[in-house]
Design a binder for this molecule. Structure first.
Ligand code: ADP
Ligand code: MG
Ligand code: ZN
Length: 607
C-alpha cells in the first residue's frame, strides 16, 4: 500500500490563499510604491523657477505644464496661463523641452519585490502547514485539529451496568479493558493484543453505549470521534485530523480511541475510477491505516470502532493487525429486551402491575434504543393522564406508538373504509388462528396510526425461536395474504391496503427460495447474498438471468399457494369472519383473549 501519500488538496488550498494575497498586494500595495512623485505648484512658482534657471526639463501642453527641477527629482505640475512671454522665458531658462513621464520604480525592482514577498508568504504558509498537519500543535484557526473529545471516566458516566443484554460484547470489551490495566499479564505469555475491535450491529443496539461504558470501566482517557467529523468543510483536513488524533492518543497512552460510524471514512476504495473519485475520503482512510500500523501495540492504545455497515468497509481495515476483532452487537433477544427495559426503568416510578416480560414478548425485533424510547413514551403518557406512576397500559400503548406511530383518533376514515379495514384485519387474525405453526394473535385494532397504518394485527410468539421451519415460513405468508383474501371474499374487489403485506410476503417467499433452501426446484442453492444485513437486509442476485426468472416463478407459486390457502380458511369460517369483523367495527380494538373467546364460542355454537 502506498502510504504517506502527500495530500494534494491542501497545497492547492494554500496556493489559492497565496494567489489571493498576491492579487490584493498588486492591486493595493504596488501602486503605493509606483506612485510618481508629483507636486502641484502655482504658475508663479513655475515662472520664478524658470527665471532662476532651476528647471531642467519641461513639457507644455494645452491643459498643463509639467516640469522637473534640476535640484531634486520631483516632477512639478502647473496650470498654463495666457502668458505671451512664456516662450521667451523658456528659451532663456535653457530648460530642455521634452515629454515628461512620471518617475516610476523600475519594472525590474517591482518584479523582484513582488517575487520576494511571494516567496516569503509561501515560506510562512508551508511552515505553518507543516506545523498544522504534522504536529497539530499551535492554535492558529485550528485547521486540521482533530475535534476528538477526551472523556475522562467521570464524564462518560457510563459503565457496563448500563448496557443490558449484550453479554458477549461486554465480555470482549472487558478483556480489552483488562489489557489496558495489566498489559504485562498478556505480554509475559507472548500474546499480542488486538489493536482494535470493531463493533458491528444494527442501529440502536448499543454500540456507542458499549464503547462509552468500556471507557468508563477502563479508567483511561477516551478519545471519541465520529467518522463524519473527519470529512469536513475543508478538503484534505480528514487526514490531518487522523494524524492529530493518533498523536494525542500516543501521548495519553494507555487510552481508548473510539471511531464511531467508521463506515463514513472506511468505505471500500474503488480503484476503478481514475478521475479523483473520492480522494478526500481515501486519504483519510489511508492515513488511518498508516496510523494503525504505525503505533506500538504494547503501548496501550486500543482502537474501538462501530459501524452498521461492515460489508461496505474496506478489506484493508479488517485484516489482522488492524480491526482484527469483530464484536457483534445484535438485536436483543427476549431476555435481553427484558433486561434493557429494567435498566431504563430504574429512574421511572412504576406501578405494581407492570410486567416487563409481557412487554419484552410483544417487542420482538425492537432495538435497545426502541425500548429506551418506549419507556420514555410510557412515562410521558402517564404524565398526560395525570398519573404519577407508569402502568402496564402506558407501556402497551408506548409499544404501539414506537412501532406504529401515534394514534390518530380524529383521522377521517369513511365508514366504508373502516369496514374494509375491519375485514382485512380479522382476515389476518382468523387465518393465523386457524393454522398450527403460527403465533397467537394478541391484539387487533382499526385505530389509524401516524405511520399511515389504518389498522393492524399483533401476533406474539409464545417462545422466541431463532430458527424458522419451512412450514412456519409458509404459514406466515398465508397469514400475510389473509387480509387481502378477506377483502376479496367479502367485497369482491381489492384495495391498496395490502401493499405492506405484499411486500413482506414477497420478501419472505424470496428468501425461502434463494437463501433458506426451502424450494424443491433449487434445493440448497444460494441464489442471493445479503448485502447490508443490519440495514434492511438488501440482497444481490448471485445467479444467472435464466435462474433469476425461475426464482421469480417459484416465488410467485409460493405466494399463490399461500393466498389460496388463506382464502380457503376464510371461506370455511365465513360466519366467524363476519361476526368478528362486526365486533371489531364496534369496539375498534380487540384483545387476544376477546378474539379467542368469540372464536371459540362460535365454534361451540356450530357443534
Ligand atoms: P448504536 O450506536 O448501536 O446505534 P446507541 O449506543 O447509540 O446505539 O444506543 C442508543 C440508546 O439506546 C442508548 O443511549 C441507550 O439508551 C439505548 N440502548 C441501546 N442498546 C442498549 C442496551 N443494550 N442496554 C441499554 N440501553 C441500550
Ligand atoms: Mg451509534
Ligand atoms: Zn394487512
Amino acid at each position: 500500500m502506498k502510504e504517506h501519500k502527500k495530500p494534494s488538496q491542501p497545497l492547492l488550498y494554500y496556493y489559492g490563499i497565496a494567489m489571493l494575497i498576491w492579487l490584493l498586494f498588486n492591486i493595493f500595495i504596488m501602486p503605493l510604491f509606483n506612485k510618481p512623485v508629483v507636486e502641484n505648484v502655482a504658475y508663479t512658482t513655475f515662472v520664478n523657477m524658470l527665471t532662476q534657471k532651476q528647471v531642467s526639463e519641461v513639457e507644455v501642453t494645452a491643459t498643463k505644464i509639467a516640469f522637473r527641477s534640476n535640484k531634486d527629482d520631483t516632477t512639478y505640475v502647473t496650470v498654463p496661463m495666457n502668458d505671451p512671454g512664456l516662450v521667451d522665458r523658456l528659451l532663456a531658462s535653457g530648460a530642455e523641452s521634452k515629454q515628461i513621464l512620471p518617475k516610476q520604480m523600475s519594472p525590474l525592482v517591482s518584479w523582484v519585490l513582488t517575487l520576494a514577498i511571494f516567496i516569503a508568504l509561501g515560506q510562512f504558509l508551508s511552515r505553518y502547514m507543516v506545523k498544522k498537519m504534522g504536529a497539530g500543535a499551535g492554535n492558529f484557526m485550528s485547521f486540521g485539529k482533530s475535534n476528538a473529545r477526551v472523556y475522562v471516566p467521570a464524564q462518560t458516566g457510563k459503565t457496563f451496568a448500563d448496557v443490558a443484554g449484550q453479554d458477549e460484547a461486554k465480555e470482549a470489551l472487558k478483556e480489552i479493558v483488562d489489557f489496558l490495566h495489566a498489559p504485562e499479564k498478556y505480554t509475559k505469555i507472548g500474546a499480542t493484543l488486538p489493536k482494535g475491535a470493531l463493533l458491528v450491529g444494527p442501529p440502536g443496539t448499543g454500540k456507542t453505549l458499549l464503547a462509552q461504558a468500556a471507557a468508563g470501566e477502563a479508567n483511561v482517557p477516551f478519545f471519541s470521534i465520529s467518522g463524519s467529523e473527519f470529512v469536513e468543510m475543508f478538503v484534505g483536513m480528514g487526514a490531518a485530523k487522523v494524524r492529530d488524533l493518533f498523536k494525542q492518543a500516543n501521548e495519553k497512552a494507555p487510552c481508548i480511541v473510539f471511531i464511531d460510524e467508521i463506515d463514513t471514512i472506511g468505505k471500500r476504495r474503488d480503484n476503478a475510477s481514475g478521475l479523483g473519485g473520492n480522494d478526500e475520503r481515501e486519504q483519510t482512510l489511508n492515513q488511518l491505516l498508516t496510523e494503525m500500523d504505525g503505533f506500538d501495540g504494547k503501548k496501550g492504545v486500543v482502537i474501538l470502532a462501530a459501524t452498521n455497515r461492515p460489508d461496505s468497509l474496506d478489506k484493508a481495515l479488517l485484516r489482522p493487525g488492524r480491526f482484527d476483532r469483530r464484536v457483534p452487537v445484535e438485536l436483543p433477544d427476549l431476555a435481553g429486551r427484558e433486561a434493557i427495559l429494567n435498566v431504563h426503568a430504574k429512574k421511572i416510578n412504576l406501578a405494581a402491575n407492570v410486567n416487563f416480560n409481557a412487554i419484552a414478548r410483544a417487542t420482538a425485533g425492537a432495538s435497545g434504543a426502541d425500548l429506551a424510547n418506549m419507556i420514555n413514551e410510557a412515562a410521558l403518557r402517564a404524565v398526560r393522564l395525570h398519573r404519577d406512576q407508569v402502568e402496564q397500559a402506558d407501556l402497551e400503548e408506548a409499544v404501539e406508538t414506537v412501532l406504529a406511530g401515534y394514534q390518530r383518533k380524529n383521522a377521517v376514515v369513511s365508514p366504508k373504509e373502516k369496514q374494509i379495514v375491519a375485514y382485512h384485519e380479522i382476515g389476518h387474525a382468523l387465518v393465523a388462528a386457524k393454522q398450527k405453526d403460527s403465533a397467537p394473535v394478541t391484539k387487533i385494532t382499526i385505530i389509524p396510526r401516524t405511520s399511515g397504518a389504518l389498522g393492524y394485527t399483533m401476533q406474539v410468539a409464545e417462545e422466541e425461536s431463532r430458527l424458522m421451519s419451512k412450514e412456519e415460513a409458509f404459514n406466515r405468508i398465508v397469514t400475510l395474504t389473509g387480509g387481502r383474501a378477506a377483502e376479496e371474499l367479502i367485497f369482491g374487489s381489492v384495495t391498496s391496503g395490502a401493499a405492506n403485506d405484499i411486500e413482506q410476503s414477497t420478501k419472505l417467499a424470496r428468501a425461502m427460495v434463494t437463501r433458506f433452501g426451502m424450494s424443491d426446484t433449487f434445493g440448497m442453492m444460494a441464489l442471493e447474498t445479503v448485502t447490508n444485513q443490519y440495514l434492511g437486509g438488501d440482497t444481490a442476485l448471485a445467479c444467472s438471468e435464466t435462474t433469476a426468472a425461475q426464482v421469480d416463478q417459484e416465488v410467485m407459486i409460493i405466494i399463490r399457494k399461500a393466498h389460496d390457502k388463506a382464502l380457503g380458511i376464510l371461506k370455511d369460517n365465513a360466519g366467524k369472519l363476519n361476526e368478528l369483523a362486526q365486533y371489531l367495527l364496534d369496539k375498534e380494538t380487540l384483545t387476544g383473549e376477546e378474539f379467542m373467546a368469540i372464536l371459540n364460542e362460535k365454534e361451540a355454537d356450530n357443534q
